[in-house]
Design a protein around this ligand. Sequence first.
Ligand SMILES: [Zn+2]
Ligand SMILES: [Zn+2]
Length: 444
Amino acid sequence: MADPIKRKFSLQLSNPKDIQLDGEYSFSVGEFSIYEIPYPVYPTIGEHDYLKCEFCQNAYQKIYKILTDKYLGNESVEGFPNCCEGHKNLIGHKDFERKDFDNSPQMTAEKVIFTKQHIVNNINTKNWEKTINDYIDWCVESFGEMPRNCGLPLFLNDYYIYLKETVEKIKIDSDKKAKIISYLEKKRNNKPVNIDFEAIMAIYEKWYQMFPFHLAPQLSRLKNSYRTIIPFIKDTGIKNEFTGSEKLRYHTKDTLLEALENQTDSMLRQFTEYNLKKVWTLNEAKQAKFDLIITKRKHKLKEPYKGNPNNKERRYVKLLNKWYRDEKEFIDELISVLKDPIEVDVNNDNPYPNIFISVKGFRLFEALKSELVNEKTKYSDYSYIYYKMLNDSYLHNIKQQGFIDFLDKHYGADLGDRYSQFKSRNSSNAKKDIIYRKIKKDFR
Ligand SMILES: [Zn+2]
Ligand SMILES: [Zn+2]
């Protein structure tokens, strides 16, 4: 690489405007006016050497002569900067000096020939397209910038015209040639990027307000970094091998909305996946049901969340709503499993309507039985339950023997031959009374 090229330019900002985000973060935008004088580029070295090529030397001389005439002017045409309306505006600009452009005819002729040389020497390499486009980009940039209302950079158009003429004459693969020419045309017609700052900010701000950062700590931690994002810049492109600079690519309304939609999807996805990875301690039945719900949620997450394709403005809003619905359903299902005592029989029918007045009595009996009845004292325990429940009107007015038969038949209590023990009830057992009152409360 040659010595770094010295560049001379100035920058002016007109109509500055402050833009606010989230009521705190603000920055200025406005119309930038850049003035930069042209600078030379250097040729790359390869098999073809323009210094030893007669054709290139002739072409160089021809272009140099035409542009020198243009620059100096003659009896019928005025020279630079009186050549056109735009350039006339340079006169009086604080930084303008005509001598800064004196080398322009020579530099432009060189840039055409150097570009041709770079094309010829690199057209058969693997990386031909990028290196050629990079070189063209460098040459185009090297024409500098004119301030606002001062026309195009001097001879930039001539560079495009003569380069196209030259490329058309080179003997190279016709597909590659067509690609290079189409790149030149595209660059030549490319209007300067006009970013609609206000519209872009409004879209971003709306998204920022709407995104559920509050849902979880890992999302709210992100909130600050999303506040300071400058949403105009789509990305920095790939580095130019000659200038070393990265081409900035700017968002349009459409590309920003698309980016926000993808970003929303991926942020919500991370949040949900985090929840899915949580470890819950559950019994086996609940765990099985849990796994099912989690599998279902994972399955839904496989599909990207997408909004209505017809209305770009509303797409991420719809996406959010869809996600909310699914996430709510997911959380609801999880909660219902956590709450649901799967072991309890939720049947509301009274299984022994001849014994118990209602299903409540049956459930109370089941609870008392498991709390109060011990195998060794089962006669007095069952007897206690019988008299208490009879007294509190949970049982029909059945006789002792009827209850014993019921216990023997349905609970395998094996009390039949010890009827006398059952009969001798102990109605004043303080310990049992406490348990009885406690359990009865739950069945009121
Ligand atoms: Zn040549
Ligand atoms: Zn002009």
